[in-house]
Write a protein that binds this ligand. Structure first.
Ligand code: PMP
Length: 395
């Protein structure tokens, strides 16, 4: 008898266990349709879980920039930025970002995940202190665990806890505080002005990951830091959300960027973004700067949706287009999500470990591509299902 394959046995057991706990992750092959709709297995759905908050992934100016960029520069960038992958289009985008957001230098990365990991791993050494909000994105948490600095996590948006951790830094270890601007799973903002004040008082640097704030908060969409009136030491912006593309950048002072260029492995050893993509992101920024209507419209949609939803439905307070409907157990969240799909709405269930245990949720995102009719219909569907499904029995 051949011995059992140890990898496969472990893999099978883990998959079975995830399925039994309603935690099995699966992908769906989706076809994008106009007006915030998608097609899956031949059925059309209203789409309420995209991060394309402004609908820029289908904006004619952005698509035109992609097309022109492809004609001018071809497909891929051909190399990492330090070899020959840093094209004129990348330099142009970096300069646009710096002018828009008021920084000396920007460095592009192929994703926000890579940017977060690269910056923390490149910047922090043994003996340094990294203080992170407990609800920061997985890329930040994981970089903190992988790196040499001592990592401590403060309770979500808890300034008193952060201050205690800063005070406890008796050895005056060089300290970096990291928070998201808008929290991705809750949609609430960090108290950035207060956090920066604490950082300044304790000689710590502040890094803000504004993946979900850029484009939708601040003056002309400049993001959470602009809305809070601060400038962090390091700002991470991503292009896969409101900017309608993909990729990311870190913005900072020039010597920091020069240093990161020596050490940020996800940049040094990875193929640069397609240059046409850089042109598309530059075009998206121009659209955001010139047209404030989309984010005013999202605020109206949000007010309309919340007003239509029954009072007892637990949508947590949010400062952004992200509306978390906290269901509780994973089983109940999956049940509600599945029933919404039956009714023609695609809203994914988000379960632990992405969110804390017992707080599985539907992460509803609104976008400038939604119509009033779509938002009203979703609220009606949730109201009806909330009362008819045995959600409480799954807790
Ligand atoms: N930071 C936050 C707060 C995010 O929500 C995400 C994406 N979910 C990322 C970083 C990673 O960005 P990207 O998708 O570009 O890798």
């Amino acid at each position: 008898m051949t011995p059992a394959d140890p990898f496969l046995s472990r893999i099978d057991a883990a998959l079975e266990q995830r399925a039994a706990s309603h935690l099995l992750r699966q992908r769906t092959s989706v076809r994008r349709l106009p007006k915030a709709r998608i097609e899956v297995d031949g059925k059309q759905y209203h789409h309420f879980c995209s991060n394309d908050y402004l609908g820029l992934a289908e904006h004619p100016q952005v698509l035109n920039a992609w097309q022109q960029g492809l004609v001018q520069h071809g497909g891929g960038s051909g190399a990492s930025p330090l070899v020959t992958g840093h094209h004129h289009a990348h330099a142009q985008l970096e300069s646009t970002l710096c002018q828009w957001l008021g920084f000396e230098q920007a460095l592009l990365f192929s994703s926000g995940f890579a940017a977060n990991q690269a910056v923390l791993l490149a910047l922090l050494d043994n003996g340094d202190l990294l203080l992170q909000d407990r609800l920061n994105h997985a890329s930040l948490q994981e970089a903190g665990s992988l790196g040499d600095a001592t990592m401590k996590r403060f309770r979500h948006n808890d300034l008193t806890h952060l201050e205690t951790l800063l005070r406890n830094n008796a050895d005056n270890a060089p300290t970096l505080v990291v928070t998201e601007g808008v929290f991705s799973m809750d949609g609430d903002c960090a108290p950035l002005a207060e956090i920066q004040h604490l950082c300044q008082a304790h000689n710590a640097w502040l890094m803000v990951d504004d993946a979900h704030g850029l484009g939708v908060l601040g003056r002309h969409g400049k993001g959470s830091c602009d809305a809070a009136g601060i400038q962090p030491d390091l700002l991470i912006v991503t292009f896969g959300k409101a900017l309608g593309g993909s990729g990311a950048a870190v913005l900072c002072k020039k010597p920091i960027a020069d240093y990161l260029l020596q050490r940020a492995r996800h940049l040094i050893y990875s193929t640069a973004l397609p240059p046409a993509q850089a042109d598309a992101v530059s075009a998206a920024i121009e659209v955001i700067k010139s047209d404030p209507k989309p984010y005013a419209y999202i605020s109206e949609l949000k007010a309309r949706f919340l007003a239509k939803l029954d009072n007892e439905i637990p949508v947590a307070a949010s400062d952004s287009p992200i509306l978390p409907l906290i269901v509780g157990s994973s089983e109940a969240a999956v049940m509600l999500s599945d029933k919404l799909k039956d009714a023609g709405f695609w809203v994914s269930a988000i379960r632990p470990p992405t969110v804390p245990k017992g707080s599985a949720r539907l992460r509803i995102t609104l976008s400038a591509s939604h119509s009033n009719t779509q938002v009203d219909a979703l609220a009606d569907a949730i109201n009806a299902l909330w009362h008819s499904l045995p959600l409480k029995e799954c807790q």
